[in-house]
Write a protein that binds this ligand. Sequence first.
Ligand code: SF4
Length: 235
Amino acid sequence: MIESRPKGEGQRLRLARLMGMLDEKGQITAKPILSKDRSLFNQKRYQFFLEAPDWLQISSHCCRIMKKNPAHSYSHKTGRKPITAQMASESRLRTQKWLQNGCNGFDLKEPISNPMSFWFEEDVLLYCYKHNIEICSVYGDIVKETEVEGQYDFEDLGIFDLGRPQLKTTGCDRTGCVFCGFGCHIEKGEGRFVRLKRTHPKLYDYVMRPWEQGGLNYKEVIDWINEHGNFDIRY
Ligand code: SF4
């Protein structure tokens, strides 16, 4: 049997702490505690996007358009309700929703069940590892963290995270839409676009190719972001 993390209050506290939702007295807050400039984000660092040229359109609507709208439309047409594998630990918003609604939002405007809400990524990896469950090839293999680094083995030394070996994947650690650039500027190591070039050269060519040649023009976009934001997004 798989060891399970403490659920209930312990899990709630752990998530709230991770998401910056604990006040000075250690109480869970309804919303994340904002920094002095009232933002969750480093606005100054991304201010340069306000000067983006017309050909570089920026919005926060990709998830709504590409994922939520089609899912809602399917739900309305069929009367079926979604069950997803989203986890509270994936974002502050998801933590907030889980703290408000629990795993099953029966009374929400769009009812949804998220039975894995209280899982952490390491729970998923441990479950797949112990049960030898096949995972998508882009994730590679599940190995103990130190096997990736080629260093000593924490398990041998008896050092565990809550009694467990720390696990990670040898390929992608997370995936979204294949061309998603979210967070690509803070990636360490190979980076998603360099990896895409190695693993899926035809897709890479499509995404980097200029508009006029039928591509998605990412090369020009990344060059502009690197230059104006002083980033080092590799491709
Ligand atoms: S995975 Fe990336 S591109 Fe896809 S909907 Fe989410 S943020 Fe947008």
